[in-house]
Design a binder for this molecule. Sequence first.
Ligand code: MRU
Length: 332
Amino acid sequence: MVRTIDWDTDAVVIIDQTALPTTFRTLRLETVDDLIGAIQRLAVRGAPALGAAGALGVALSARRHGTESEQALATVRAEADRLAHARPTAVNLRYGVERALAALPRGADVVLTDALAVLDEDERVNCAASRHAADLLLRRCPDRPLRVLTHCNTGRLATVAWGTALGTVRHLHADGRVEHVLVDETRPLLQGARLTAWELADEDIPYRVLPDSAAAAAMARGLVDCVVVGADRVAANGDTANKIGTYGLAVAAAHHDIPFVVVATESTLDRSLPDGGGIVVEERAAEEITQVAGVPVAPEETPVFNPAFDVTPVELLTAVVTENGVLATDRK
Ligand code: MRU
C-alpha cells in the first residue's frame, strides 16, 4: 500500500488528496516551495501527515542546499521556518520540522534518516493510540455492533499509513464490532465525503455519508452509539482543536449522553498551552464557501466566516486517547 507521504530519490512524494475520490495520483515535490504549496491547498493534510511533511521538507532543503557552510545552514533554517508556518493550527507540522532540524549539525543524510524515522513512528503510534481508543469504546458500548459517527478524515490519508479516529474504526471492524460508520461530509472541503468514504469503501467497511447538519438529528433519533474524531492540537488541559464542526458535534453528543472520544498522537499535544484559548485557528479563503466546484453559490463579494478548525473544551469530551493511553476523561 502506498504511503500518504514518503521519500523517493531527492523528492517528497504525496498522494494528491485534491484529486480524490475520482483520481488516484501521486505528486513529486522537489522543493520546499512545492511542498508548502501542496500543504496550503490541502494536497497533503491531516495533522500527523503534516508532521511527516515538516520533517521530510527539512530533509529536502538540507539535501538541496547542503549543510557545510553557515550560509547553507541559514538557507535551510529559513526554509524550515516558512514550512513550519505553512498552516498554523496542527502542531505536528512544527513538531516534524523541529525533529528534523535537530539533526542539522550532523549533516543532510542524518536529517533524512531522522525524518524517515518520524514516518515509521507515525504508523506505529497511530496503531497503538487507535487500539487504546477501540478498547475504551468497547468498554463503554459493550452491547451491540457499533454505529460510529466520525468527522473529517483521520485515516491513512491524514497520517502516514494507519489513522487515528479512523484507525480506531479499522480496529473495531477487524474485531467484528462495527455495524456501520456515519461519515460527516465535512463542509466546506468535504474531507469526509471525498476521503473518509473513499478509505472505508476501499476496505469494505459499511458506511453512510450525511450532511454535517444531520449529525445532531441522527443522535436524537438513536442512530449513533459513539463519536470518534481526531485532533490538530490538544492543549495541556485536554481542550482540543479539530476540523470545524467538531465542537457542535461534541455539544450534541453531550446532550444525548453519547461517548465522544478524541484519538491523537503525543505529537499532537501542545503542553506549552494551558488550555485551548491560545490555539491559533486557521481562517481560509472565502471562495471555499462562496463557490462549489468553482461555481458561485453566493452573491459576488459576499463576506465570509471560514475558520478551518474549532476548539472543543475538555469538559465535553469523554476521553482524549494517545499511544500512551487515556489522557482525560472529564465528561461523565
Ligand atoms: O484541514 P485538514 O483536512 O488538514 O484537517 C484535518 C483534521 O481536522 C483532522 O481531523 C485532524 O488533522 C486529525 S488527522 C488524524
